[in-house]
Design a protein around this ligand. Structure first.
Ligand code: HEM
Length: 409
């Protein structure tokens, strides 16, 4: 059972404002269902008075994301603006997540082999041992615990720090600053110093590493294979490392927290998982689909006139392809508001679609599979330390999650 009701068909106005507030932080706004009834996009109005075409149906969302005539570069006129806070974040030096071809591909290809399923699978034993060590520490300290701060954030941050070979003594700094940086997306008044501190830290780390890049780590490989031959500048590598850190740390931790929330509010699904470990992989895909935590990722602007689902989108017009809508499209995922670990959800678009599809997805999957094959198995009495209704979802954040996850056992 979810701790808030599923409301159907709340009704949409003719030009709804976007973003639409969630009625429940754990479900997309019910207006998406109304939009899905009509083929083609819905016109929405942004906070600054501009308009955008909003796509919410699975096929159409994928068609937009697969079409490079739509740009993901926020510097291009017409790129939709989510909020003043998001504008401030997007003003930073662009990493390849904000680039278009051919620049985007040039950068992304440098990292492809680092995130290949085979390479990431080889890291599984190490990832499992990091998780078990942190879980031992939490169990030893005794209940209650906050799973976000005591387990998931340290876990995902250690995994990224390990990939980049960040010295152990700097892990706490690394984690503290990246958490502050994440808040920039929600509150424009937060000073940008956390962002600057991380870039500064990575700059120094890479400068040091470049003096002797002999280690078996990603940064050393990128220095030797890309920076030294002149394919990538030092600064571009700093910005790339910053993207990996930001894209791969809080996202995966939030997904873990929401996964735990879903299992504890759906004990029948937890029993299914515990009774049949073969359901693990599907369960992870279902939690990715169900929560679609990076729900406002796919903002685009048309580089030329493009027709999608019978609608002409003119050059310079704003487009939003909502993966959170696509993943709850009932024509693709029947009874989409049910968290059902037995469904086939592999074709979800929680990692987006097209050229910007998440590069780190094999790593995210191994981390999530590690958590959900271990946590409840080692702690069968795990439960919320407060009534479920008091667990607050980050419904309006750029990346969804829960504010805190107090548990006991
Ligand atoms: C549950 C965890 C995660 C989710 C739900 C997620 C989701 C996403 C989504 C939706 C995008 C597309 C963004 C856009 O179109 O603007 C994306 C891109 C990206 N993600 Fe993830 N991500 C996760 C974990 C990770 C991890 C662990 C890493 C790496 C350490 C990572 C690295 C990236 C990178 C580098 C991109 C940019 C890809 C490109 O533009 O070519 N992500 N992710």
């Amino acid at each position: 059972m979810s701790s808030c009701p599923v409301i159907h068909g709340a009704g949409a106005s003719s030009a709804p404002a976007f973003p639409i507030k969630r009625q429940c932080p754990f479900h997309p706004p019910k207006q998406y269902e109304d939009f899905q009834q009509q083929a083609g996009p819905t016109k929405v109005q942004m906070w600054d008075g501009t308009e955008a075409w909003l796509f919410t149906r699975y096929e159409e969302v994928r068609n937009v994301l697969a079409d490079n005539r739509f740009s993901g570069n926020p510097a291009i006129k017409g790129f939709p603006s989510l909020s003043p806070a998001r504008n401030a974040v997007l003003e930073a030096e662009p990493a390849f997540i904000r680039m278009d071809p051919p620049e985007h591909g040039r950068h992304r290809r440098m990292l492809t082999k680092e995130f290949m399923i085979k390479r990431v699978s080889a890291l599984r034993p190490k990832i499992e041992s990091i998780f078990n060590r942190l879980l031992d520490r939490m169990i030893e300290k005794g209940p209650p615990a906050n799973l976000n701060e005591d387990l998931f954030l340290p876990f995902t941050s250690e995994v990224i720090a390990d990939l980049l070979d960040v010295p152990h003594k700097d892990h706490a700094f690394f984690q503290e600053q990246s958490l502050k940086k994440v808040l920039l997306d929600v509150d424009p008044s937060i000073p940008k110093e956390a962002s600057a501190k991380i870039l500064d830290y990575l700059d120094k780390l890479i400068t040091e590493r470049a003096k002797n890049p002999v280690g078996d780590d990603m940064l050393s490989r990128l220095i030797v294979e890309q920076v030294q031959p002149g394919h990538l500048t030092h600064r571009e590598l700093v910005v790339m490392a910053d993207l990996l850190l930001m894209a791969g740390h809080e996202t995966t931790a939030n997904q873990m927290a929401l996964g735990v929330y879903s299992f504890l509010t759906n004990p029948d699904q937890l029993q299914l998982l515990l009774g049949d470990p073969a359901l693990l992989r599907g369960a992870v895909e279902e939690m990715l689909r169900f929560h679609t935590i990076v729900h406002y990722n796919a903002f685009r602007v048309a580089l030329e006139d493009v027709e999608v689902a019978g609608q002409l989108i003119k050059k310079g017009e704003s487009v939003i392809a909502l993966i959170a809508g696509a993943n709850r499209d009932p024509s693709i995922f029947p009874n989409p508001d049910k968290f059902d670990i037995t469904r086939k959800a592999d074709h979800h678009v929680a990692f987006s679609f097209g050229i910007h599809q998440c590069l780190g997805q094999p790593l995210a999957r191994v981390e999530l599979q590690t958590v959900f094959s271990t946590l409840f198995q080692r702690m069968p009495t795990l439960k919320f330390a407060v009534p479920a209704e008091q667990i607050k979802g980050k419904g309006d954040h750029f990346v969804l999650g829960v504010e805190s996850l107090p548990v006991t056992w």
